[in-house]
Design a protein around this ligand. Structure first.
Ligand code: FES
Length: 232
């Protein structure tokens, strides 16, 4: 990992060291970069985002702009997170006191305020997923990555593992969120297969891993069978 990554606007992010991730730690208190600037792709996204809000209400863009930061960090460093200096850049862009951005970034679990591995595994442990085997998903993640605790990163820097509350996809429980995608209807073996594919650099098709049609019953729809989505 380079100390500074260049791009269309020159050096956009001054990183800490590779020790930030991949050391098996939780990443808490990791070195913060000293500099962040939006790259060309992010600037294009921001232009589109800010057209949705009146100039006097552009503070509402704080959530989408934090996502822009996180995606840029993934592109540039392989780790999707939001450094504090980037929160300051968002605050300046939206003409907000920095604390207003810190409050949002540290409240929502979707934003990683410390470096994560190349893939962020978020295991849903809420009741429907638990009843449908989320503990087996957790066990598979631990066995396959070597990660012992939550919010820790595997020794090879490939995976960070977090426990989350309901992801809103209970009907296809248990759910594992990998980065921005949901993988559904998992069990131990299917989770292992998924993680091995990710390790090989593949991106398995998100959604139900047993071929369930949207949220229809396992085996296919039992009503409205003539709709095109039912495959009949
Ligand atoms: S309980 Fe896991 S998605 Fe709702």
């Amino acid at each position: 990992m380079s100390e500074h990554l260049g791009g269309p606007h020159g050096s956009q992010v001054g990183l800490g060291t590779a020790e930030n991730i991949g050391d098996g730690s939780s990443g808490e208190g990791a070195a913060q970069p000293q500099h962040f600037a939006f790259d060309e792709a992010s600037e294009a996204e921001i232009t589109a985002i800010l057209t949705k809000y009146p100039p006097s209400r552009k503070a509402s863009g704080v959530l989408p702009l934090l996502y822009v930061v996180q995606r840029q960090m993934r592109r540039q460093t392989g780790s999707a997170w939001v450094p504090r200096v980037a929160m300051d850049v968002v605050a300046a862009r939206l003409e907000l006191p920095p604390i207003r951005v810190y409050e949002v970034a540290t409240f929502y679990l979707m934003f990683n305020t410390n470096p994560v591995g190349r893939h962020h595994l978020q295991v849903c442990g809420t009741t429907p997923c638990w009843l449908r085997g989320s503990e087996e998903v957790t066990r598979a993640c631990r066995d396959e990555t070597g990660i012992k605790g939550w919010r820790q990163t595997s020794a090879d820097g490939m995976f960070t593992m977090s426990e989350v509350e309901c992801l809103g996809a209970c009907v296809n429980a248990p759910i594992l969120q990998v980065d921005d995608d949901y993988y559904e209807d998992l069990d131990y073996d299917r989770t292992v297969a998924l993680l091995r594919a990710l390790r090989r650099g593949e991106t398995p098709k998100p959604g139900s891993v047993i071929g369930r049609i949207t949220s229809a019953p396992e085996g296919g729809p039992t009503t409205l069978k003539t709709l095109p989505i039912a495959g009949e």
